[in-house]
Write a protein that binds this ligand. Sequence first.
Ligand code: PMP
Length: 285
Amino acid sequence: MSRIAYVNGRYVPRAAACVHVEDRGYQFADGVYEVCEVRDGKLVDERRHMARLVRSLGELRIPLPMSLSALSVVLHEVVRRNRLGYGLVYLQVTRGVARRDHAFPPPGTRPALVVTANGLDAARADAMAAAGIAVITVPENRWERVDIKATALLPNVLAKQAARERGAREAWYVDRDGYVTEGASSNAWIVTGDGKLVTRPADFGILKGITRAVVLDAIRAQGLALEERPFTVAEALEAREAFLTSATQLVMPVVRIDGRPVGNGVPGPLATALRRGFHAFAAFS
Ligand code: PMP
């Protein structure tokens, strides 16, 4: 299958898709991104992802590269041209191309936009969810503005690699007070011994995950017990269940933390049910 990417106004074969060496995304990680799940050729929760994109850009004072309706056309066109059924679209906006200087480039510098698409293996993802995944914990070492979905992900890259090297799929950051903040690319959840779903409030110190928001909708609609508060690693190890959420992993059961089992070491019923019912609460476009 020939893969097509969108790069600054053109749809090009991905192997030939290039950005300028003075793109500020390349030189300073001066950009933001979004990842949207694609299911049956449709974008999942596009509106919420675009709202977060607008917020991230606004916080960094990067202009929107085109109107949201034009952006929607590009996203759908990349899905269509790649004949993508199940997978993800990746969108990245940087502050554009300019002679290297840390401060903002001259007014009028156009932001750069790249959109790519990748297929995912649904059966493999479901098999992983049926087995559950292992996570490790690492000290929180990121900047304070992790609410912005910035492409600057060096701490996340190192944390994820540490997880891989220890046979785990994700790393959970732990703040100075011993509370889990979030994963290197996901939000973190537990289910307490008395059946309450717990996740950290998204007002500070974590990314406000779109999947997290949809799962919160699902929890409220079903009248499940919920506490939005931080939890410690010790509490997670004593929990009945643990799981993580992200656009590409959806609801993924966590069965081991730092090599120790969570609950009885298998995916829990609540995480499994939330995963199964997830798309009833998602929006397709
Ligand atoms: N936290 C971080 C640090 C992430 O990178 C992601 C994935 N984008 C998430 C949380 C989950 O966000 P979402 O559900 O929007 O994919």
